[in-house]
Design a protein around this ligand. Structure first.
Ligand code: ZN
Length: 70
């Protein structure tokens, strides 16, 4: 049906725009890995996250310190 086709077309356009935005977000924020030095849980952090709380053991720590330790 034509109606169904136009809906599919719209969905494809929206999905394309979302992917484009996602690509820009990833490019703008460099990712950094934070590793808990208590339980070694890995965390994906942005460069603006100087401190983080471990999702596994809830220990709050400094990203730079934990990065140096590993
Ligand atoms: Zn931990």
């Amino acid at each position: 049906m034509d109606f169904r086709k136009s809906i599919d077309g719209l969905v494809a356009i929206v999905e394309g725009e979302l992917e484009g935005k996602l690509y820009h977000e990833i490019g703008r924020f460099e990712k950094s890995i934070g590793i808990c030095h208590k339980c070694e849980q890995h965390h994906v952090l942005t460069l603006s996250d100087r401190n983080f709380i471990c999702i596994a053991c809830a220990k709050q720590q400094n990203r730079d310190l934990s990065a140096k330790k590993v």
